[in-house]
Design a protein around this ligand. Sequence first.
Ligand code: SF4
Length: 259
Amino acid sequence: MPADAKQRRIRTYYRALFRTWGPQNWWPAESRFEMIVGAYLTQNTAWTNVEKALTNLRAARLLSAQGIRRAPLAELERLIRPAGYFRQKAKRLKIFVALLDRRYGGSLTKLLSRPTNQLREELLHLHGIGPETADSILLYAGNHPVFVVDAYTRRILARHEILPEQAPYEEIRALFERALTPVAQSVAEPGKTGNQQLPASLPGAAHLPSPMSTAKRTALAQVYNEMHGLIVGVGKNYCRKSQARCDECPLQRFLPPSK
Ligand code: SF4
């Protein structure tokens, strides 16, 4: 499929999903630091487990840079245990705060104010941060215009024969960023075209608005934010790994003829 046709397809999917579900209110967090902790904790686990770990940290009054800094490692491990890989994740959170202290005097504002590419490189060099986590932090904590590629994105692209599931991360990111740039203006006022929310009983439904989801950001960052949330909605509710529920999916009419 030619590159411009792929981009048109992505734009069409964005519009179809946004018309159906409206704003998804990502990321569900009260603060930038909470968002970052959530991005670490969500690696290789379901969000419901992350919520339990975040609740524990909040109850222990440790859901802050200062909290992670002063918490003994064993205590941190115990609190985030519900999120899985808790030893690894506790260490990684400590490493993140150590970087924050060493290079930015403990200031998230200073860290997140770095130019996008420099900050991305710095995050990617940190232990335990791959491109998906780095881009999540850039987009959702820093409001940098960077698209987040996850496993759902790959699965949908592959099932719709747009790109193979193993396509390089950067190729997928570039495709979405090029495709969505022209529609950024049209979503500058989120909520205008959304007319329906996912039923609350479904996993992966839209989140309630939070200080992070309603933070001021550019139209471009907003459209990347929405598209990622919409893709998560498709992946969690319809485009499952073991079984695709195409009959009920809003993207069903865009399936290639071979499917
Ligand atoms: S569930 Fe079916 S229609 Fe929906 S995205 Fe997946 S493959 Fe496409």
